[in-house]
Every structure is written in C-alpha cells, then in structure tokens.
Design a protein around this ligand. Structure first.
Ligand code: GDP
Ligand code: ZN
Length: 470
C-alpha cells in the first residue's frame, strides 16, 4: 500500500538535458489527467485519448503562454509503465524549452519532481515489474556490449521472472502436498505414499536448482564483464599487449579504479565480449616475479579473475637448438590447465615456430606472436576470443543455454533454496511439520529473487486450492 506522499503525481525529464531532436518529460500519478488539462492544448479542444500520440501545444498553466509545440501521449492506468496514469510530453530538446516546461510543472501544487528511479519503483510497487525486471532494466541501460544487452533484455522482458516464478510455484505445490498430509494424515483422504511423492518432487526440484547454479557464472560474468588477468615476467610484453587490445579491438576503453593502486584495469569490448583486463603492469616497481610480493599479487589477481593470460618472451623461454621450453619456476606455480599463453617477440626468433609445436607443450590455448611487428597477432586475438566464447558460451546467449542467474543475489537465494530442500529431504515422516517448514523457507528464498508479492499470500491461496481440488 502506497502512502499519500508516494502517490503524489511526479514528473521528470526522462532524456538527457541538452540540445537534441526530442526531449521526453514523463508525468505519473493520479493527477496526470489534470496535468493534461492544464498544460496540453490539442486541436480537438484538449480532448484526451489514451495511448494515442497527439500533436499539441504545451502551455503555461498560469499565464497561458505557449512554451513549445510538441506531442503528448496519455497512458491510462493500469496499462502504463508505472501502472498509474502516465503522461508523456515529447518536446524539443533545448535547455530553455525543457526548463520552461519543468517550471510550468513545478507551478502545479499537486506535482513534485521525481526522485531517481522513482518511476521504476512505482512500476515495481504496482506489480508491473518484479525485481529481476527492475535489475534487467537497469542492466539494459548500462549494457555496453551485445551479450550484455541480450541477457538484460531477457531479464527486463520478464523471462527470468517467469522462470523463477515457475520454480517457486513448484516448490509450493510440493509444500501443499505435505501440508495436506499434516491436515488429514495419511489414510482414506489421501493416497498412500504422498510423503514419498513430495520427496521425489522435492529432489527433482533440487536437481533443477543445482543445474541452474552450475552455469559457470556465465550470466554474472557477461553482466559485470569477464575478468582477464594478464601476467608474466617483466619485459615480456604485458603492457604492449594491453595497448594492443585497447587500440585494436576495444570499442570502449574506460579506466576503472583498480582493486589495488598498483593494478591497472581496463574495460574492453573484445568481439562483443565485455572484458575487464587487469594488468600486472602496475606492479612495475615490484614487477620482479622472483620477489614474493610480486608473485603474491599476481596470484591474488589471477585468483580474482575468470581467465588468466600468461605473456612470455619467446626468446627467453624457447631454446631452438634443443627445441625445448623453459618456463620460469615462479610462473609455473601460477599456471593452471586453464591458463592461456602468448609467446611474444616471435620476431626475435630465427625461424617461425608453428603454433602446433607450442600447443604440444603448453596446451591448445597457446600462441606465438610479435606485438612489435604484428606478426601472428590477428590469429592470436581471433583464437583467444574464440576460446573465451567457447568457455563462457557467449555465442549462445539467445539460445536455450541463456543463463538465468545474472546477479549474485539470485545465486545466494537459489543456493539457500537448495539447502532448505536438502534439509526437507533429511526429515523422516514423523517430523513432517518441521519438514514442511523447510519447504516454506525454500519457496521464500526463491520468492526473494522476484520479490513481487507476499510469499505467504500465494502460499495460502495455492494451499487452499489444492485442498479444495482434492
Ligand atoms: P612488460 O614489462 O611485460 O609490460 O613489457 P612491455 O610491454 O613494457 O615491453 C617490454 C619491452 O619489450 C619494450 O621495450 C617493448 O618495446 C618490447 N617489446 C614488446 N613486444 C615486443 C615484440 O613483439 N618484439 C620485440 N622485439 N620487442 C617487443
Ligand atoms: Zn609492463
């Protein structure tokens, strides 16, 4: 239930302040029709037709001066973004015009300026959006790459909401079976083995939740960016690689404040993948990997990353006479099966070393290139990007593999739901009342992801239906 202060009609400029073709001023609340009466003048004597974009003049409610020539559209409650009456004024975008319209609105005693996010908040409170859609909407505005846009759209469009709701309904169904048992006891009213049925259903649901959780964090990674750690000995070409990535492939290059002062972080768009690159280049002072502090920092950085790329200088690690590779011991400690390698400075080698030969030794994600001459860099980047795409399945964001979990909040709740179901499954039938409680918590945990309606309300209604249906 909204308080009166919340219910007051709000207004805001929904587009950026400045010169552009169109600016949109949004008004939402019970008095949106009054705003139309006071500010909008159409040819048809101010006639208000919902959901129809109409040519109009915007006039000052006091002295009746024409402020702008524009368009107005009225969305009648509840079929609007906020579920309230909404009026949109499409005016020319210029500082003076926008200011004059906002001033006119501020002159209306029943209106007040909207707070940040207040339209979305009302949409949420009105039940128009659930929390995953609110997040999706925000993520959509923040999206900088294709894959981010896609997962945000999926959430904003309500697909995630539907999925979580479905899961919750199934848990509640399971609970309803158990509750029925508690009420009537096993016997004539209910078939035998209802508890066993509920348990079977619960373990199915648990499997389903576990499958959602086993997604390699793809959704969160796409949303917040894949964290790539570049490490290697001093002078191998780490900074050169970073420059190469930033100049060649980055649509967006933003400096982020590093986690520590010494680590440089860049946010890049590499082939549609949002990638946050951390470079130990910032470790220059202690770059010497023989020093423990350098190794320790690199280790921490690698640990906090999704992908690690080790840059080595080919001439330092490859001995052409014996055809053998020597990886510095300090680095070996940091290398895992997942580590990718770039053997830089291939221009210094007397003869070209085929990637196949390198991959025999270092695994399939190893390439030789020269960041100085450009030799092999194109192939490296293509194949490296392909490796990431395969690993994180970015290519299939639209397909049925679309990750459901895009925020750690979702993961936290699903994990605890799985734990509650696990507890439920531990109880013998004698403790059925306690067991039911676990299922109720599980449903509540999933409900917190969407947070649309009071969990108890739905629970009551479904339970009631179940009993009557029986
Ligand atoms: P970092 O210490 O690992 O960050 O290495 P830098 O990127 O700062 O490079 C160290 C030195 O190696 C610089 O003088 C670069 O110009 C040079 N360098 C980088 N890449 C190449 C390459 O492919 N070939 C050659 N010959 N020199 C390179
Ligand atoms: Zn460097």
């Amino acid at each position: 239930v909204m308080s009166d202060a919340q219910r007051k009609t709000i207004y805001a400029l929904s587009t950026p302040m400045g010169k552009a073709g169109v600016a949109v001023v949004r008004i939402s609340g019970p008095d949106a029709t009054q705003v139309w009466d006071n500010l909008v003048q159409t040819n048809k004597k101010r006639h208000l037709e919902p959901w129809k974009l109409q040519r109009c003049k915007i006039i000052h409610p006091g002295h009746q001066e024409v402020l702008d020539d524009g368009l107005a559209v009225f969305f009648k409650s509840p079929k609007s973004f906020t579920t309230e009456d909404v009026l949109e004024l499409h005016i020319h975008s210029g500082r003076a015009i926008i200011s004059s319209v906002l001033n006119a609105l501020s002159a209306l005693p029943y209106c007040r300026p909207a707070e940040p996010g207040e339209f979305t908040r009302r949409a949420f409170l009105g039940g128009r959006l659930d929390l995953t859609q609110v997040e999706g909407l925000k993520d959509m505005i923040d999206a900088e790459t294709e894959s981010q846009r896609r997962i945000a759209l999926q959430a904003a469009g309500g697909a995630s909401r539907a999925e979580f709701e479905h899961l919750r309904t199934e848990i509640i169904h399971c609970l309803a079976m158990v509750e029925a048992l508690i009420d009537f006891g096993e016997g004539e009213d209910l078939e035998e083995g209802v508890f066993e049925q509920a348990r079977a259903k619960a373990s199915q649901l648990q499997e389903k939740i576990k499958a959602y959780l086993k997604d390699g964090r793809r959704g969160e990674i796409i949303r917040s960016g894949l964290r790539l750690a570049i490490f290697g000995p001093p002078n191998a070409g780490k900074s050169s690689l970073l420059n190469f990535l930033a100049q060649r492939e980055a649509a967006i290059v933003t400096s982020l404040p590093g986690t520590t002062r010494d680590i440089l972080e860049l946010s890049l768009d590499i082939g549609g993948l949002p990638i946050i690159v951390a470079d130990t280049a910032g470790l220059r002072a202690t770059d010497d990997l023989v020093e423990n502090i350098g190794i320790e920092r690199a280790r921490n950085m690698i640990h906090a990353s999704d992908v690690a790329l080790c840059v080595l200088s080919l001439d330092e690690i490859y001995d052409p006479t014996s055809s053998s590779f020597h990886i510095p011991t300090a680095l070996k400690e940091l290398v895992t099966l997942e580590t990718c390698f770039l053997l830089n400075k291939s221009d210094l080698a007397a003869a070209r070393l085929p990637d196949a030969q390198i991959q025999n030794v270092l695994g399939k994600n190893a390439w030789a290139a020269s960041l100085k001459s450009g030799q092999g860099t194109h192939e490296f980047l293509n194949q490296f990007t392909e490796t990431l795409k395969q690993r994180y399945d970015f290519s299939d964001v639209q397909g049925k593999n679309t990750p459901l979990i895009t925020h750690s909040r979702h993961r936290v709740q699903l994990t605890s739901a799985a734990q509650f179901i696990d507890s439920f499954l531990q109880y013998p039938i004698e403790d059925i009342v306690l067991a039911a409680e676990e299922l109720r918590y599980a449903a509540q945990a999933v409900g917190k992801i969407s947070w649309t309606i009071d969990v108890e309300d739905v629970l009551d209604s479904v339970f009631r239906d179940f009993c009557i249906g029986k």
